[in-house]
Design a protein around this ligand. Structure first.
Ligand code: NAD
Length: 511
């Protein structure tokens, strides 16, 4: 699809406004495509092994300097980054849409999430607090303090091409760490734009932000592996498939590095008999077809009580029929393309398997009318399943919603928890006992559990992440910052004696 006008998205002007030099877009070995029509929009340079090594060395040096800058001053840099993002919100949001295909509203929403995390991190830069702990020894003070950790390697997925970097970078920077980012090879342009905006913030910051504080390395899995294997990278924060996490996690642990994994989800909603069905319907549609089903928190499994099944399903099918699928740059489009035809073909294949397993498939075929030629536009699918088969238990990164029935609450929770992943979950109910049981120890086993809210669209104030095959990492709000710092327990003796802990006597005079 390379024959189309290379500048039909006005990409050079757009990237120019974002601060990315035009010559970065041509002559390189990595072809970048727009999912909107599958065409090539840039050929950019990937970093060699030597260049990645040099970037890591710069990051190590930058860390040595940055950790000495007071936290609130580090926060000032992130405040300036937030200002740059505010000014560039429309342009960066549009670039997100062009490069990863999510609708314009969601592209801008992703940038807003970056702004929100910058605001959060600025406040946090004055709140990186430890504890004072009661010592058992007289004349002693015991405390816990948090120090900068080291260079952080950030590996990101294509579907949140900018927000996930910001979640990591804003927090890591106020924590005193440097950052090396390996974006998805499918979305490197947005990464170059973020880097340019970061450099604008650095220029306004004045002295004190070292060279190499935040860097981007462009490349595929191999570039990510260089970060993963490098002993100077103190923390690897990796977002992507469970397959990627299974490769990355053990390697980092084997070299005694720290790892934060944000992997695939297989998120469910239980719709109980007392649910407000209109509310549930809106939540189902947004979370199942939003971002064309390409969110880690997309709704993939709907577990519906027998008593309301025949009310909800027809309403849901009719809502799906009204969804506008098309060019994500057009206002009014609710569902854009999948990232590429490989994803479209995989959706088609999986629907065939679900059908073989006894599922009843509604929708799901390719859309050719009223959409740009060349993009992988697929009609979202609803699949009524007789049981939770292996296909249902597997994350397919496409708008497929499996529907299962239940009659007993415990059975619904067992279905909800009966998958390898543990990211997001929710229940729609007006029964307070059911809601509380869903949130209790024997309820949802996920990192995110909601009542009367869909599974996707988390706020940055809470810790984000999931259990089991989702990797166990937590990013963003709450006390997630602790993953980006090292904890130190320090005890000060201000007495004239040397009492030992546990009352041990160890008299070297021997009398
Ligand atoms: P992916 O796993 O194919 O790639 C993700 C990133 O990992 C890319 O940058 C890739 O180059 C890199 N990578 C792949 N193998 C690697 C290896 N062995 N060593 C080092 N780096 C490696 O994922 P994708 O297709 O880009 O994204 C979709 C997946 O990401 C879905 O499973 C989705 O659920 C998940 N995701 C999870 C979250 C979350 O927060 N839990 C957020 C977004 C996406």
């Amino acid at each position: 699809m390379g024959a189309k006008d290379p500048d039909r998205f006005d990409l050079s002007a757009l990237l120019g406004r974002l601060g990315v030099p035009g010559d970065a877009l041509a002559g390189g070995d990595l072809e970048v495509h727009s999912p909107i029509d599958g065409s090539t929009i840039a050929n950019i340079h990937t970093h060699s092994e030597t260049e990645v090594g040099a970037a890591i060395a710069r990051a190590a040096q930058a860390f040595a300097d940055w950790r000495m800058v007071p936290g609130p001053r580090r926060g000032e840099l992130v405040r300036l980054l937030g200002e740059e993002l505010r000014a560039a919100k429309d342009d960066l949001g549009r670039l997100v849409t062009i490069e990863c295909g999510k609708i314009a509203e969601e592209g801008r929403g992703e940038v807003q999430e970056m702004i929100d995390i910058c605001d959060f991190a600025v406040g946090l830069s004055r709140q990186l607090y430890g504890l004072t702990i009661a010592s058992e020894r007289p004349g002693h003070r015991m405390m816990e303090q948090w120090h900068p950790l080291g260079p952080v390697g950030v590996i990101t997925a294509f579907n949140f091409p900018v927000a996930v970097w910001a979640w990591n970078a804003a927090i890591a920077l106020v924590c005193g760490d440097s950052v090396v980012w390996k974006p998805s090879e499918k979305t490197p342009l947005t990464a170059l734009a973020c880097q340019a905006l970061f450099q604008r913030a650095v220029a306004r910051f004045g002295a004190g932000a070292p060279d190499g504080l935040a860097q981007v390395i462009v490349g595929g899995r191999e570039a990510g592996e260089k970060l993963v294997d490098h002993p100077a990278i103190a923390l690897i924060s990796a977002t992507g498939s469970t397959r990627m996490g299974a490769a990355v996690g053990p390697k980092v642990l084997a070299r005694h590095g720290k790892v934060l994994l944000e992997l695939g989800g297989n998120n469910a909603m239980i719709v109980a008999p007392s649910a407000d069905l209109e509310l549930a319907l809106r939540a189902i549609v947004f979370s199942a077809v939003g971002t064309a089903g390409q969110r880690c928190t997309s709704l993939r499994r709907l577990i519906v009580h027998d008593d309301i099944y025949d009310d909800l399903l027809p309403a849901l099918k009719s809502a799906y029929e009204g969804i506008r699928i098309g060019d994500p740059l057009d206002s009014g489009t609710l569902v854009g393309p999948l990232i590429d035809w490989r994803a479209g073909d995989e959706m088609h294949r999986v629907l065939g398997v679900a059908d073989d397993e006894g599922g009843t498939v509604h929708g799901g075929g390719p859309v050719t009318d009223g959409v740009p030629e060349g993009g992988a536009y697929m009609r979202p699918a609803i699949v009524e399943m007789p049981e939770q088969t292996e296909t249902v238990r597997t994350e397919t990164f496409a708008p497929i919603l499996y529907v299962l029935r239940y009659s007993d609450f415990d059975r619904a929770v067992a279905l909800q928890n009966g998958v390898p992943q543990g990211l997001a979950s929710c229940i729609f109910t007006r029964d307070v006992k059911e809601a509380e049981r869903f949130l209790a120890a024997a309820g949802s086993d996920c990192g995110i559990a909601n009542v009367n809210i869909g599974p996707s669209g988390a706020e940055i104030g809470g810790a984000f992440g999931g259990e089991k095959a989702t990797g166990g990492g937590r990013e963003s709000g709450s006390d997630s910052w602790k993953a980006y710092m090292r904890r130190q327990t320090a005890t000060v003796n201000y007495s004239d004696d040397l009492p030992l802990a546990q009352g041990i006597t160890f008299d070297i005079k021997g009398d």
